[in-house]
Design a protein. Structure first.
Ligand code: NAD
Length: 450
């Protein structure tokens, strides 16, 4: 079969002319691509056919005018007609929240199947899902199309995810000047189509796997929602203290190193140390004292405890009799064991009958309280927990090794010892730094976060 013309010369169908579909169709067409918009609502199609933007959005009418001048944009209610004239369908139908609390993907699944069935015999077609979908949709849809289409799926008809991150109110600008474009596919023709479609933004184009693409879109919006809810809780907590919350949040955002930044956004061990737990508890107590409902701030410490419990269960799943825990500072490179998650892990394992030995040369080297061996023994608070002088001593006899926050020397010592027992990398710090050669020499390293 000849490969599809996925170059930007061939027309594309945009299925679903709501917010996203209108903006995608008009923007592509204004850039010179032939676009056939499809919607089952005749009034939306008529509006676009007459050159009027069906929705109000800055710059949208200008894009439609430009597309009409070029003769690159038309619309129809006939999906079959649009698919027959296109090499790909960008599916932008709605996926609203259903009564069961899940995304209702009825329209999406129906539209994809309709597209697949409308592809003329012997022609190739790429289905690109631009709608927001829930984790697992790509797999379910792929299985469904494979059983409906047989061998044609993956050959003639291919599938990609390409989540859209635009915001209403600045949709055209967001679409045309993105920060990041993500796509995922298991099919070569679909990958070639996405790469050609976004050739002008090649440096922003990121390929990932389908499940990550699905998750990313939901996590993005959860993150935005979390920020709004947090700022509003700060406002409610600030009021009784007579504090201006706008000024506080403005100052918070001024610190682009620690606050409005990527700092603290990598999964790993639970937080700890001398300050975070204490100050979160203090802010939560302040809110309670003043009768302010601040469930988000109040839930931070229980979320942290849940993460510790997850780590404990992950270690116990290996049924260890003796565990070595390497790196017990509260964060990477810190010889300070106050409120340290690895230390809490030691105590939890001891309570569940596991023998534990601990090694951390950075902690042992530190002389000044609250650092050093004494501080470690105090923090462990249990004579059954043995602080070993070296990593080699700690891992001798252990049937599981847990990597916490190791200093560089201890990390190197683990690798050099080439242990044959499972290594559980609790925060991902070992996995991140392993070279390919080191990885080959070590027994499988299990990343607990997975
Ligand atoms: N609105 C946003 O700001 C935004 C931003 C990013 C992503 N998204 C996601 O993009 C998707 C689309 O969002 P929207 O706001 O544009 O939705 P919308 O509900 O405004 O529009 C969807 C359109 O699809 C049409 N449609 C449904 N099934 C069809 C079919 N089989 N054939 C032809 N037309 C069909 C409907 O008639 C409707 O006009 C959703 O998954 C949404 O979560 C939305």
């Amino acid at each position: 079969m000849p490969s599809a013309d996925v170059s930007n010369r061939s027309a594309v169908a945009v299925v679903g002319l709501g917010y996203v579909g209108n903006v995608v169709a008009a923007s592509l067409a204004a850039a010179g691509r032939h676009v056939i918009g499809v919607d089952r609502r005749p009034e939306v199609v008529a509006s676009l056919e007459q050159g009027r933007a069906p929705i109000r959005e800055p710059e949208l009418q200008e894009r439609i005018d430009a597309a009409r001048a070029l003769g690159t944009l038309r619309a129809t209610t006939s999906l079959e007609e649009a698919v027959a004239a296109s090499c790909a369908s960008l599916v932008c139908v709605g996926t609203p929240l259903g009564d069961d609390g899940k995304l209702d993907e009825t329209d999406l699944l129906a539209a994809c199947e309709q597209v697949a069935r409308a592809v003329p015999a012997g022609r190739e077609h790429v289905i690109v899902i631009r709608s927001t979908v829930s984790p697992g949709t790509h797999g379910r849809l792929g299985a469904h199309l494979a059983s409906a289409l047989g061998a044609a799926f993956g050959q003639q008809i291919t599938l990609a995810l390409n989540p859209e991150f635009l915001r209403e109110g600045s949709a055209v600008a967001d679409l045309e000047r993105p920060q990041l474009i993500v796509y995922a596919t298991e099919h070569d023709a679909a990958a070639r189509f996405c790469e050609a479609l976004y050739a002008d933004h090649a440096e922003l184009l990121q390929r990932t796997d389908p499940a990550s693409s699905e998750m990313l879109k939901l996590v993005n919006n959860a993150w935005h929602a979390l920020k709004v809810a947090f700022a509003n809780e700060v406002a409610r907590a600030a009021a009784p203290a007579g504090v201006d919350p706008f000024a506080v949040m403005e100052l918070l955002c001024r610190d682009t190193k620690l606050n409005a930044s990527a700092a603290y956004l990598r999964p790993g061990l639970p937080f700890g140390g001398a300050c975070l737990t204490k100050d979160v508890a203090s802010l939560s107590a302040h809110a309670s004292r003043h009768g302010v409902d601040a469930p988000l701030i109040g839930a931070i410490l229980s979320s942290n405890r849940a993460h510790l419990e997850h780590l404990v269960e992950a270690v116990l799943a290996h049924e260890p009799k003796q565990t070595a825990i390497i790196g017990v500072g509260f964060k990477p490179g810190a010889p300070d064991v106050r409120d340290s998650a690895p230390v809490k892990l030691v105590r939890e394992l001891l309570d569940r009958g596991v023998h534990v030995t601990v090694a951390d040369s950075a902690v042992l080297d530190a002389r000044v309280p609250p650092l050093g061996l004494l501080a470690l023994q105090q923090a462990l608070g249990d004579p059954r927990a043995q602080a070993a002088p070296t990593v080699a001593h700690a891992v001798a006899g252990a049937d599981v090794i847990v990597v916490g926050h190791p200093c560089r020397a201890d990390r190197d010592a683990i690798v050099a010892l080439e242990p044959t027992v499972p290594i559980l990398d609790a925060g991902g710090e070992l996995t991140r730094t392993l070279s390919d050669a080191e990885r080959e020499r070590l027994a499988p390293v299990v990343l607990i976060q997975h």
